[in-house]
Design a protein. Structure first.
Length: 180
């Protein structure tokens, strides 16, 4: 009888570099979260967004702890989550850069209106409007839970983030070949 030993992957010490390398292997959809705070409109790009519950419909996103958008969400008690289409990396870049939040909405090239208490950017893949359910500080981020109150869904494919780059979803066409 031949003995089989389990494969053991090469482990690396847990440090900042190894954590970043691990996190880069995750693939995520790209979204913009917007809210209307005490100092006006605010928005930021996120790549951590997921559904949590269908009954009630809850989503979560992770936002940097020092973000003005978190303060705006706390103030307003509501926010919008815009799922970006694969040709909208320019929006993701715009809302991830450091200038003041208000300038992110100027000369955007998209209509932006206050809908259900949050700035809504027209022309994105989908928009979900949320009432704030809860906030939880975890590490250097805040996990924002929102109860969906309305959605608008368009057509197209999502913008993805993987290995520190924007990616497009591509359908895989595997052909099964049978031999006799």
């Amino acid at each position: 009888m031949v003995g089989v030993s389990p494969l053991r992957p090469t482990e690396s010490a847990l440090n900042d570099a190894s954590c970043r390398a691990y996190f880069r292997k995750l693939t995520a959809g790209v979204a913009i979260v917007t809210a209307c705070g005490a100092s006006g409109w605010s928005g930021t790009t996120v790549s951590t967004l997921t559904s949590v519950s269908m009954a009630p419909p809850i989503v979560l996103c992770c936002v940097s702890g020092g973000s003005r958008t978190v303060a705006a969400i706390r103030h307003a008690g509501c926010f919008a989550v815009h799922l970006l289409a694969d040709d909208q990396s320019y929006l993701a870049n715009r809302f991830s850069r450091p200038p003041s939040d208000g300038s992110r909405f100027e000369d955007l090239g998209h209509e932006v209106r206050l809908i259900r208490g949050a700035p809504a950017i027209a022309g994105t893949l989908a928009v979900g409007w949320c009432d704030l359910h809860s906030l939880e500080e975890v590490g250097d981020h805040v996990v924002v839970y929102g109860r969906l109150t309305a959605v608008q869904v368009g057509g197209g494919h999502p913008l993805l983030w993987h290995e520190r780059s924007y990616r497009e979803l591509q359908e895989q066409t595997d052909l099964l070949v049978r031999t006799a």
